[in-house]
Design a protein around this ligand. Sequence first.
Ligand code: LMR
Length: 393
Amino acid sequence: MLSNLKPQAPDKILMLIEEFKADTRQGKIDLGVGVYKDPNGVTPVMRAVKEAEKRIWETQTTKAYTGLAGEADYRNALAAMVLKDVPADRLASVASVGGTGAIRQALELARLANPDVTVHVSDPTWPNHLSIMKFMGLPYVEYRYFDNETRGVDFEGMKADIAKAGKGDIVLLHGCCHNPTGANLTLDQWLEIVAILEKSGAVPLIDLAYQGFGDGLDADAEATRLVAKSLPEVLIAASCSKNFGIYRERTGILIALAENPAARDLAQGSMAYLNRQSFSFPPDHGARIVSTILGDDALRADWAAELEDVRNTMLGLRAQLASELRNLTGSDRFDFINRHRGMFSRLGATPAQVQKLKDDSAIYMVGDSRLNIAGLNADTVPVLARAIIDAGI
Ligand code: LMR
C-alpha cells in the first residue's frame, strides 16, 4: 500500500529552513520562514510565557481532557483581545491547532454549511492557503491584490474581483500584516470592502496571524473589529504563534460570528464536531499560557511591552533598510519597505534575482521575493541592501 504513495512537493517556505541549515558559508542570512528572531538571531521565549509556564507547572493538578472546543477562559480572553467588544450572543469559538488549524477548520465549516462554496483569495496569499484548499478539493479563485509597480495594494482591481464573490462564498482576507507582501488596506478601504460584502452576502474569513506585529495590538485588530460589527456573518482564524512567540505549541482560535443565537449554536456544535473528527481535543498547553497571561494584569502588561519591543525592532529595521537603499540608489523606489507592515515585505524581484541573492550573497528569502524583516539586524541590513543592488533588483 505505502509504495503506491506519490512523492509530495515539499513546502517551499519550510524547505528553505533545511537549505539554510546546510549552507556552510560564513555570514549567511536567513530571511525565509516567518519566525521572529532578535538581533542575535535567537527566537526567544517571551518573559511572560516563561512565568506563565512556571505558574501552570506549580498549580496544574490534572492533564485530563478539556472540552472539544478547548477551555472557555482561553477562548473568551482571546476573543476579547481580537474583538474588544465581544458580541456574546453571536459568538461561537473553538481552540485550534495553531492558526493553520483554524484556517483548515474554517474552510471545513464553510463547506459543511455550503457544499458549493468557492473561496476567493488574494493574489498572492500565504502559499499554504492554496495548498490546503487544493488538498481539500475546495474551489478557489484569486482576486487582484498586489501592484508590482507600486508594491502597494491594487485596490481598484481588488474591489472589482471581490465583487464577483457570490452569496455564501468565502472571501479570505488578511486582517493585518499581509503575508507575503506586507502591503495592507487602510481603514477607509476596509469600509469599502465591507460595503461590497454587505451587498453580495459573501462571508469574510479573516486570517489574523500577526496581531501586534504591524501598528500595535489594537491597531492591527481595527479592521477585523470593523468587519465583525458591520456584517452578519464573519469567520476569524487567529494565531498566537507569533505574538506570544509560542510557535511550536500550536495555539490558535477559530471564531464564527453568526447572524443570531440559533445560528451561533449551530456553528458552535459544528465546530466542536469538526475538532472531534480531526484530532478530538485541541492542544491545551499554549492555550493555558495565553489565558494565564491575558488574565493577569501584570503579566499581560509585561507581555504587551515585550511585543511592542519586537514590533519596534522590526519597524527600525524597515526604516534602516529603506534608508540604506535610498542612499545606494539615490531614489525613493525602495521606500515601500517603510510603508509595509508586519514581518514581511515583497521586494518585487524575479526568481532569478532571488536565486542570485542566495548564490552570490548567501541571503535566503522565499522565491517570490518575500523577505522576513525580523531575520535582519543592524549589521546585516547594509549587507542586504548592497546585495539587492548587486542582484540588479
Ligand atoms: C510563514 O509564512 O513563513 C509562516 O506562516 C510559517 C509557515 O508555516 O509557513
